[in-house]
Design a protein around this ligand. Structure first.
Ligand code: NAI
Length: 448
């Protein structure tokens, strides 16, 4: 069959691109070798956030007495939480299938391989397309640590299938994935230790945000060993080296969360001469175009951003360019969230990033605890909101928050950044009272 647009991979880049191109009148093929929704829906964002919510609900019930809620004999039923997780995933998959049907996207199940001049081979059948979007996602990058293939050692996919709680979970890697699972397991009473090779967890965040997240998770019962490089894993122990020398921890479940790598193998890309960068990602310009005309890429396969919402936006940019609307990626206004308790939500530059670009900045910072709604709802949490402005123009450059459910507020700051608002324009925006979002208005009072 001959298509206008073929999409390889049905994750948050693929299904968004397919729907958008089809609604613009293109004849669209969507190829998927596993399940609709990709890693985000089946092995990542959606199941992990559902389990995190289950753990949060348990913790709230257990610690509800400050609100006057006394619950006798509260207990956590992990298999039931998994059932809810599976129901959510099924519902969302049905939703995507319905969307594709509505927009008359042809879905083919199978593994696609690209041949020169754009025939696409899927399980022995060949299709053609004028433009192709490669959005095959990423997989956990497993370091060559001896013992990493033992049965009790899992990656971020494997841990989602475990329905029994361990006694001691050791997490290798204090990045976003490591922190989210550490929070989930610690919240339901499991002993959790995170071993992070760097001097701080989530090293890509504002350093004060990382430190505050670590404090918050420590209060939830997570132990962090920083500067700890894992050397080997045995049936019941994890061996690591830090400043004090060689150490060992007992563990009956080990999560390896040391980053991800783009999925570029077995697609015929080498034969096509596709440009791959040093970190294994498909090299694209800011429209998503590769070095081969008509071949585009979006999402984790590019090795950029590693975020589901970034993948969807990259896909929209590609489709806009194919359908005649100029568009490009703007990573400086890409929000990022860590869905722990407390949550982290950030958008834009940190002070350090802005200064490295030679920009003179002004910084404002206020504790979340000045906000009435926040302390009413989060009696045991601290956290803060920090804003970065360009010194001369007072243009907003970044907002960095830790505390409560700040994931639900970062969209407001993202819209301000995307529309390049300045302090005086933000002052004119009315925030409903009492809401935690008022913190984003009040933080400007503290700019120095
Ligand atoms: P990451 O790159 O965020 O963190 C991995 C950490 O492991 C690093 O801090 C690294 O220093 C440490 N590490 C590496 N080797 C080690 C060793 N041998 N011993 C101890 N520590 C070691 O990777 P992560 O957490 O696996 O996440 C992968 C990607 O997925 C990230 O880019 C993340 O942003 C994205 N993601 C985003 C989510 C969100 O937006 N909420 C949720 C989950 C993943």
């Amino acid at each position: 069959m001959k298509y206008d647009f073929a999409v390889i991979g049905a994750g948050p880049a693929g299904y968004i691109a397919a729907k958008k191109a089809a609604s613009a009148g293109k004849k669209v093929l969507l190829v998927e070798k596993k399940k609709l929704g990709g890693v985000c829906l089946n092995e990542g964002c959606v199941p992990s956030k559902t389990l995190l919510q289950a753990a949060k609900t348990y913790r709230h019930a257990k610690h509800g007495s400050i609100f006057g809620v006394e619950v006798e004999g509260v207990r956590f039923d992990f298999p039931k939480a998994h059932q809810h997780k599976n129901n959510v995933m099924n519902k969302m998959r049905d939703g995507i299938a319905g969307l594709m049907k509505k927009y008359k996207v042809d879905i083919v199940e199978g593994e696609a391989k690209l041949l020169p001049n754009f025939p696409i081979e899927i399980e022995g059948e060949t299709h053609e397309a004028t433009d192709i979007l490669l959005c095959t996602g990423s997989s956990p990058a497993i370091p060559p640590i001896p013992g990493v293939d033992l049965e009790h050692v899992v990656d971020s996919t494997g841990i989602l299938d475990r329905e029994t709680l361990p006694n001691h979970l050791v997490v290798v890697g204090g990045g976003v994935i490591g922190c989210e699972f550490a929070c989930m397991y610690a919240s339901v009473g499991v002993q959790v230790t995170v071993l992070e090779a760097m001097p701080e967890i989530c090293p890509n965040l504002d350093p004060e945000v990382s430190a505050s997240l670590r404090d918050g998770l420590t209060k939830k019962g997570v132990t962090f060993n920083l500067g700890a490089k894992v050397e080997s894993i045995s049936a019941d122990k994890v061996s690591y080296a830090d400043d004090s020398g060689s150490n060992e921890l007992e563990a009956d479940l080990v999560l390896v969360a040391t980053g991800r790598r783009p999925n570029t193998k077995n697609l015929g890309l080498e034969e096509l001469g596709l440009d791959i960068d040093d970190r294994g990602g498909v090299r694209v310009d800011n429209r998503g175009a590769t070095n081969i005309p008509g071949l585009w890429a979006a999402g984790d396969v590019t090795g950029q951003a590693w975020l589901a919402h970034a993948a969807s936006r990259m896909a929209e940019v590609v489709v806009n360019n194919i359908t005649g609307r100029k568009d490009h990626m703007r990573y400086d206004s890409m929000p990022a969230v860590v869905y722990t308790s407390p949550e982290v939500a950030v958008v834009g530059l940190t002070k350090e990033e802005a200064e490295a670009r030679g920009i003179k900045v002004k910084v404002g910072r206020i504790p979340m605890a000045i906000n009435a709604r926040y302390i009413a709802e989060n009696p045991d949490e601290t956290g803060f909101c920090k804003v970065i402005l360009e010194a001369d123009t007072r243009k907003l450059l970044g907002v960095h928050m830790v505390g409560g459910a700040c994931s639900e507020m970062i969209f407001g700051a993202t819209a301000m950044l995307e529309t390049e608002l300045r302090e005086e324009e933000i002052e004119e925006i009315v925030f409903p009272h009492p809401t935690t979002s008022e913190i984003i208005k009040d933080v400007f009072m503290a700019v120095r």
